[in-house]
Design a protein around this ligand. Structure first.
Ligand SMILES: C[S@@+](CC[C@H](N)C(=O)[O-])C[C@H]1O[C@@H](n2cnc3c(N)ncnc32)[C@H](O)[C@@H]1O
Length: 253
């Protein structure tokens, strides 16, 4: 299918749950798992596990990276349906400004239609502000952007392209900076279950957990303490069985 969203770098792709995602010609990767489905992946690997742990009335979220905005929009959907009184603040860096400008033409799932004004405003102006909601899409490098914050976020959605396609957003040093912006009670969600990703988190003091359930491939939830909601990954055992695996480091890129 071709539409106003398609351009030299992106093309629209139907995913398994009926929602559309995109394929990046630059990174040679899809924005979401086409098997799990774009909307299902956002909800099941990021939003639902994060909000099963984080219960405060005001929640600060770092959405790495905005991409098509599914994690941000799925958050709004889930919060509207389950916690309508929460105040939500979402901060999301995105390098690709032409992608952001094209999003008002993207074929979103019907569940996001109620957010049409938000989608258009973010696509054109990058900021959306109402009484209980603040969203900013920062056009630029996530590694620079996160240096502005300290001890701020309750939730991190770690949803960059894969460690092999975009390693700069998966190194031990990157996760040290991410740790610096997280509250000690915060949680990080990611689709990646790669040992080198988990090692980069583990070396920064994160406790790794398995997020598993019906209809999606397992993913990772990381926090600074053991979470009762998830099964803990025994990292010492994994390290002893895979002695050659190393965390990605900035110096190796
Ligand atoms: C897998 S997609 C994100 C999908 C998104 N979370 C969603 O739900 O639609 C990865 C995004 O990271 C962006 N990106 C790559 N390197 C970046 C960087 N250094 N800083 C900010 N964004 C970056 C890409 O342009 C792409 O849009």
């Amino acid at each position: 299918m071709s539409n106003a969203f398609d351009d030299a770098l992106h093309s629209l792709q139907l995913s398994e749950d009926g929602s559309y995602t995109a394929y990046s010609k630059e990174y040679d990767e899809h924005y979401h798992s086409t098997k799990d489905g774009a909307l299902a992946e956002s909800l099941k690997k990021h939003v639902i596990p994060a909000f099963s742990v984080i219960t405060g009335e005001e929640v600060n979220i770092l959405d790495i990276c905005y991409g098509l905005g599914f994690n941000t929009l799925a958050t709004l959907l889930y919060v509207k349906e389950n916690f309508p009184d929460k105040k939500i603040n979402i901060y999301s860096p995105e390098l690709d400004d032409s992608l952001i400008k094209s999003l008002e033409y993207f074929t979103y799932p019907k569940e996001f239609e109620i957010f049409r004004e938000i989608i258009t405003t973010l696509s054109r102006e990058g900021v959306y502000k109402r009484a209980n909601l603040y969203i900013e899409v920062y056009l630029g490098d996530a590694r620079e952007y996160i240096k502005k914050f300290h001890n701020k976020f309750d939730i991190i959605y770690q949803d960059a392209f894969s460690p092999s396609a975009n390693p700069i957003l998966w190194t031990q040093e990157y996760f040290a900076d991410i740790k610096n912006v997280m509250k000690c009670s915060a949680v990080l969600t990611t689709y990646s279950i790669a040992l080198k990703t988990r090692l980069a988190l583990y070396k920064n003091g994160f406790v790794l957990h398995l997020n598993e359930g019906e209809g999606f491939r397992v993913s990772t939830v990381a926090a600074f303490k053991e979470l009762t909601e998830f099964k803990v990954v025994n990292m010492e055992h994994k390290i002893s069985c895979n002695k050659d695996v190393q965390a990605l480091r900035d110096r190796d890129l």
